[in-house]
Design a protein. Structure first.
Length: 198
């Protein structure tokens, strides 16, 4: 949910497509189960499981206990600092001490069903994806991973699919025609993805 006041629209979307949508933004241990009851397939959590720049294992355990790891997507959106990617929280403004590494992905995969990773440094720019991050996820994520950030064209969709050997999914935002973009037609993206499973 993009900010306060969008709960009604989110509820309507979930009601229109029960079990077909994930929901994120403001999800915590108190409201996660409620959104699943309203029809979300998964809840996406990021900032709530971090406090003072560190992963709060107590909160992570709490939400997994309440809803089960199979319904939880951990958002590990990150920014690059030096040669490493660090998870950022609070609308991507605050660095945590968590580096996105093979070890991190392996440890956290035991507590969720999927990772969502925005490459914040290229997010919204429509200038191409961060292939280094895509390759890191493809090589080291033991569970499904969705990458977001910088996608501008159908070529980016092909590049991510090929570079990850189909192991990493791509989210296209600003470039998509249904969001007002001109780089990617929704119908073309759907056709491409259907061709992978046909």
């Amino acid at each position: 949910m993009l900010g306060q006041g969008n709960e009604i629209a989110a509820s309507e979307a979930l009601n229109a497509y029960p079990g077909g949508l994930q929901i994120g933004g403001g999800i915590n241990g108190d409201n996660a189960a409620g959104w699943l009851e309203k029809g979300a397939s998964h809840v996406i959590v990021t900032s709530w499981v971090f406090s003072n720049g560190q992963l709060n294992w107590e909160r992570l355990t709490q939400i997994v206990t309440k809803i089960g790891k199979e319904k939880l997507v951990l958002d590990l959106s990150c920014r690059k600092r030096g040669n490493d990617y660090f998870v950022v929280t609070d609308r991507w403004q605050k660095f945590t001490d968590m580096r996105v590494t093979a070890e991190t992905l392996s440890a956290l995969a035991k507590h969720c069903a999927e990772f969502l990773v925005h490459a914040v440094d290229v997010e919204g720019l429509c200038r191409g994806v961060d292939l280094e991050m895509v390759e890191l996820l493809a090589k080291h994520s033991p569970i499904p991973a969705t990458y977001a950030g910088g996608a501008a064209s159908m070529e980016d969709l092909r590049v991510v699919t090929n570079a990850s050997e189909g192991r990493v999914h791509l989210t296209i935002g600003s470039a998509l025609d249904i969001f007002g973009g001109s780089g990617v037609r929704y119908a073309d993206a759907v056709a491409f993805n259907r061709s992978l499973v046909s």
